[in-house]
Design a protein around this ligand. Structure first.
Ligand code: PLP
Length: 439
């Protein structure tokens, strides 16, 4: 099968995500036939360095031998069983190990497949909790300006990215947005902590007025990914936690993108020394192998659903909830974290990535707000070109790197197995892509 006929068939039959399909008239799809570590290999044998971990999911490389082996073993034992009325070793062990990673503060895990489903679950659980407590009026949600929590209709209520939300506005029961603690908003002489305090004061004012109707505040801890790798000080999470406590509002930490070591700690919230009432995980938890998402929550919230009345239970479900293969991939991922002391190793990698990017981009007049949190590094490019992101992406492919700017923000979010030479390749590719995109 030639690659051109595969592309034709794909364009005829596959509706690709997050894509205006007409743009493929000029920007061809890339037919990937194999993955190997940080590399994706296309049908012509061209190697592309996956600088964004295939939409932020891959942690330990493509076709990782250890995850592959664990999956093969699981495949010979049990591929899937419905989780209502049944259980299995992989889902139990995964739930126990995740609870242990939270110091048993979040001891109950509810499973789904995609990130947006985890958002839906956290929002529904929060509102249902208040209903079970006789406070059904607490059903509104608050999120940060520029937040992204997924694109299903419920998740869009707390997603504040116009391009994803505007067309569906009539379908959405929109929540309220409060100011973001985006560190780039610092006035001269202000620190990121000052910005965080200002944003927290606005949250305080909002909750002061609306707490009686508010079920939860949902945040992307430390980095608001989809609105352009917006980074903020942990101080905001500390203050938000205290305000949620004071106003009896749940705190939902959406760690779908920032969890699993991405920001330097296993959970991003740990850097603020806080725990949320609900924590959403997806993407990296299965090592980037299989759709898996989950919501962790506390004993107290779990207890509010535990009752003789069926209707007080959380009756939400998805067919593949707790899929055994996905859970096994997650267990193999957690094994790698433990066996390879990944959080410590990532500090060295993050430093190498940061040093290399600063060396090549730090002095450029058209590069602004170079910022880093663990294994996420980003900068904004000063250009008026409306098609900057697409041009950069296409030029990156020509230079052997997969990088996909968000608007004018170029970011790096590579798998944790990237080596020093590959970091150089990635950054060299970005330098070439930037020149081509701005030409
Ligand atoms: C913070 C955050 N929440 C939710 C989601 C939605 O996850 P999914 O695309 O798996 O539905 C994403 C996806 O990028 C995300 O970054």
């Amino acid at each position: 099968m030639s690659s051109s006929s595969l592309l034709d068939r794909s364009l005829r039959s596959v509706w690709h995500p997050c894509t205006q399909m007409k743009q493929h008239e000029t920007l061809p799809l890339v037919p990937i036939v194999r993955g190997e570590g940080v590399w994706l290999i296309d049908a012509d044998g061209r190697r592309l360095l996956d600088g964004i971990s295939s939409w932020w999911v891959n942690l330990f490389g493509h076709c990782n031998p250890r995850i592959n082996a664990a999956l093969r073993e699981q495949l010979e034992t049990l591929e899937h069983v419905m989780l209502a009325g049944f259980t299995h070793e992989a889902v139990v062990e995964l739930s126990e190990r995740l609870a242990a990673l939270t110091g048993h503060r979040l001891g109950h895990a509810f499973y789904a497949s995609d990130g947006a489903s985890a958002t839906e679950i956290a929002l529904k659980m929060s509102a249902h909790y208040w209903r079970n407590l006789g406070r059904p009026e607490k059903s509104r949600f608050v999120s940060l300006a520029g937040s992204y929590h997924g694109e299903t209709v419920g998740a869009l209520a707390v997603t504040d990215v116009a391009i994803f939300r505007d067309a569906y506005a009539p379908l959405v029961r929109a929540g309220t947005t409060v100011p973001t603690p985006d560190a780039r908003l610092a006035a001269p002489g202000e620190s990121p902590v000052d910005v965080a305090r200002r944003a927290a004061a606005a949250l305080d004012a909002h909750l002061g007025e609306h707490h009686a109707q508010t079920a939860a505040l949902i945040v992307e801890p430390l980095v608001q990914g989809a609105s352009g790798m917006v980074m903020y000080a942990p101080e905001y999470l500390r203050l938000a936690r205290a305000l949620c406590e004071r106003y009896e509002v749940h705190l939902v930490a959406d760690e779908i993108a920032v969890g699993c070591g991405r920001t330097g700690s296993f959970f991003a919230c740990e850097q603020a020394g806080i725990w949320p009432d609900f924590l959403c995980l997806s993407k990296g938890i299965s090592g980037g192998y299989l759709p898996l998402s989950l919501v962790l929550t506390t004993d107290a919230i779990y207890a509010a659903f535990y009752d003789d009345a069926t209707s007080r239970g959380f009756l939400h479900s998805h067919s593949y909830t707790g899929n055994a293969l996905a859970c096994r991939a997650a267990l193999a991922t957690l094994d790698i974290f433990e066996q390879d002391d990944v959080l410590v190793a990532n500090r060295v990698l993050a430093q190498q990535l940061g040093d290399t990017v600063r060396e090549r981009f730090g002095d450029r007049g058209d590069v602004r707000h170079l910022r880093q949190r663990g294994m996420i590094l980003a900068f904004d490019v000063d250009t008026d070109r409306k098609d900057f992101a697409r041009r950069f992406f296409a030029a990156g492919l020509d230079h052997g790197v997969l990088l996909r700017p968000i608007g004018n923000t170029v970011y790096f979010m590579p798998p944790y197995v990237i080596g020093p030479d590959e970091i150089r390749n990635l950054v060299d590719g970005a330098v070439a892509a930037l020149s081509a995109a701005l030409a």
